[in-house]
Write a protein that binds this ligand. Structure first.
Ligand code: UD1
Length: 366
């Protein structure tokens, strides 16, 4: 049995780690039915702190093949990944291709595999923001529409897939694979110290990178103002800045205002354990990331998501989680409400740290 798994960008890495480890465990337990596993990295994310650092910290085996496609337009990233992946599939003839999440590698490699008649499994199937202006939503729709095995993280995702008419036998409520990583790595994160100067339960962690939030100068200026206002009230802000956002803050002349504020700490993108450590003692999160909505939910940190919609409704307060959506108009109000909200850990069904072995079992059986 030959499987190829594909990753491309940072949010894929914490999801592929437990999957690789579950395959290794399966092979140890089943010496006569081995899975030959090939890991492909499209190279969309390439900076050490966006890629290599996660492979090392999460003990992910080195990618067998890296396309090094790098940055570029969506068509360039998808097109270059498809051309390179076609060669890999023709050479290795896998029985199954596994794609993860909603990045460009996910759509590119699922299309390539299906056009060659190879079965595709999608980890994190069924998430829907219903916002087709998001490139990730297009990647999700395309990938799910052609996948043979749909590995869904929660019951909302299962409902979306059923509503779209997918064969119920192809849908598996496997749980959230990223929480396997969180559970496995928590003990290491807990041993870390907070960055110097940060006070326990007195800081907001900020991660923002969506073009809708950071590419417009007026919007980004409003976000910076809301953060400066909280900092003025004595709340500390810790912001590990995504490369895209750093470029935009510099271009819009907003960096110096942040750098000069003693209650605001800007940093490079940080490692998995470092961010989890920050999460454990944060008063709140402000994010537009998908995965952080889920991690905050499990850890219990109040989370303000600066978006009009979420493909992860299971994390919202009304469904038991800690997450609330905010617009630029409601940002200040939601942030101050989150700062007054107590921590409340919540785990949806099957977010139990055992998702990856469940996925391997489901794929073997299907
Ligand atoms: C991508 C994913 C998004 C995910 C995010 C996490 C898609 C469609 N988007 O968005 O879903 O939430 O990753 O980070 O796949 N850059 C670097 N170094 C790197 C990578 C990127 O400097 O290692 C800079 C480049 O200027 C690049 C920009 O960041 O143009 C954006 O990178 P890109 O991979 O195109 O999209 P992300 O915004 O990271």
């Amino acid at each position: 049995m030959k499987w190829i798994s594909v990753v491309g960008a940072r949010p894929n890495f914490m999801k592929v780690a437990p999957f690789c480890h579950a395959i290794e465990k399966y092979n140890q337990d089943n010496p006569t039915a081995q899975i030959e596993h090939i890991l492909v990295h499209t190279g969309q994310h390439y900076d050490d702190n966006m890629s290599k650092a996660f492979f090392a910290a999460l003990n992910i085996p080195a990618a067998d093949i890296n396309f090094n496609i790098g940055s570029g337009s969506h068509a360039q990233q998808v097109g270059n990944a498809m051309i390179a992946f076609e060669e890999v599939c023709l050479q290795h003839k896998p029985d199954l291709v596994i794609v993860i999440g909603d990045v460009n590698a996910t759509a590119a490699c699922s299309i390539t595999a299906k056009k060659l008649g190879i079965d595709v499994a999608h980890i994190e199937a069924g998430l829907r923001s219903k916002d087709r202006s998001m490139p990730e939503e297009i990647n999700r729709l395309v990938t799910d529409s052609i996948s043979d095995a749909l590995l869904a993280p929660d019951s909302f995702a299962v409902e979306n897939l059923l509503r779209e008419g997918h064969d119920p036998t192809s849908i598996h409520l496997s749980g959230n694979i990223m929480i396997d990583t969180l559970d496995a790595q928590l003990f290491k994160a807990e041993k870390l110290s907070l960055p110097s100067g940060l006070q326990v339960e007195n800081y907001v962690v900020v991660t923002l990178h969506r073009p809708a939030n950071v590419d417009d100068s007026q919007k980004l200026a409003k976000i910076v103002k809301a953060l400066a206002d909280e900092a003025g009230r004595g709340i500390q802000i810790f912001w590990p800045v995504h490369p895209r956002t750093h470029e935009k803050l510099a271009e819009f002349d907003l960096l110096s205002e942040l750098e000069e504020n003693s209650n605001i700490i800007l940093d490079q993108p940080i490692g998995y354990h470092e961010l989890l450590r920050l999460n454990l003692s944060a008063k709140a999160f402000l994010t537009d990331s998908g995965g952080l909505q889920e991690e905050c939910c499990v850890v219990g940190t109040p989370c303000v998501t600066l978006r009009d919609n979420t493909e992860r409704p299971v994390t919202l307060r009304e469904h038991g989680g800690t997450n609330v959506l905010a617009t630029l108009d409601t940002l200040a109000q939601e942030l101050s409400r989150a700062l007054k909200t107590p921590r409340k850990p919540f785990r949806p069904e099957n977010w139990d740290g055992h998702t990856a072995p469940r996925m391997v079992d489901a794929l073997i059986a299907s």
